[in-house]
Design a protein around this ligand. Structure first.
Ligand SMILES: Nc1nc2c(ncn2[C@@H]2O[C@H](COP(=O)(O)OP(=O)(O)OP(=O)(O)O)[C@@H](O)[C@H]2O)c(=O)[nH]1
Ligand SMILES: [Mg+2]
Length: 224
């Protein structure tokens, strides 16, 4: 299986609201300082690196404000759509970055739902919650934290079918946290591939070259 791992190319888009920790998470995932931190990300940036034998490409995106999507500028909406197009045949995973411990109330829920769904109605099938600020967990595990969160944040985790991960972006030397994240993304891709075999004919009728080689097509995300 080593050869398969070596040739596998994982493509990720980071999404989220202001100051969520997207650029920091991208730097942690790629193990290099490529995305600017501290200044607001204005446009999509794509970077790549080989991590533990896996080629990983990450697209960092500008943040949305915590408002409904109709109050978001057309420029930002275009930029969010461009994040998918930059990856050619689309991403394997959207990582919805959210700071651990931050309250997630109704306006956050509306903003997340409406901005994500700009990328297509099936965007949730490809999305995982990525909690940043893992250093705030203390002695708790992320599973214990998620058990204890309030209803609205539970909704978010459920929308992502219980897919979540936590990163401590202050400790880049902890390579395991990134390897575990990549494993979770690969499991998500595998499940999606199994599901794809039973997709309705109009979707199965337009397989991409990537799909034939075992990678799921996310073309439908781009076409909506
Ligand atoms: N303690 C701690 N701080 C973090 C962590 N991740 C990000 N931060 C801090 O959170 C702030 C925002 O991080 P960014 O990565 O710039 O967030 P962003 O979502 O890219 O922000 P914008 O593009 O400006 O909207 C910075 O001060 C980071 O240092 C983390 O895991 N732990
Ligand atoms: Mg940023």
């Amino acid at each position: 299986m080593a050869a398969a791992t070596e040739t596998f190319h994982v493509k990720i888009v980071l999404l989220g609201g202001r100051w969520a920790g997207k650029s920091s998470s991208g730097n942690t995932i790629l193990n290099k300082e490529v995305f600017g931190i501290g200044a607001q990300t204005e446009a999509c940036v794509m970077e790549t690196n080989k991590i533990a034998g896996t080629q990983v490409t990450v697209v960092d995106t500008p943040s949305w404000n915590w408002v409904p999507a109709e109050d978001t500028s057309d420029e930002l909406k275009q930029e969010l759509k461009r994040s998918v197009e930059m990856l050619g045949d689309g991403p394997h995973a959207f990582l919805l970055v959210y700071p651990l411990g931050a309250p997630f109330v109704k306006r956050h829920k509306i903003a997340v739902q409406e901005h994500l769904e700009l990328l297509g109605s099936d965007v949730w099938d490809h999305t995982m919650v990525l909690f940043s600020r893992g250093d705030w967990l203390g002695k708790k595990t992320i599973e214990e934290h998620v058990e204890g969160v309030k209803e609205d944040l539970k909704w978010l985790v459920e929308q992502c079918k219980d897919r979540y991960h936590v990163l401590n972006n202050k400790v880049r030397s902890n390579e395991m946290q990134v390897i575990e994240l990549l494993e979770k993304i690969k499991r998500m891709i595998q499940k999606k591939r199994k599901w794809s075999k039973t997709e309705p004919p109009e979707i199965a009728g337009e397989p991409s070259a990537a799909c034939e080689h075992g990678e799921p097509s996310t073309k439908r995300l781009k076409s909506t």
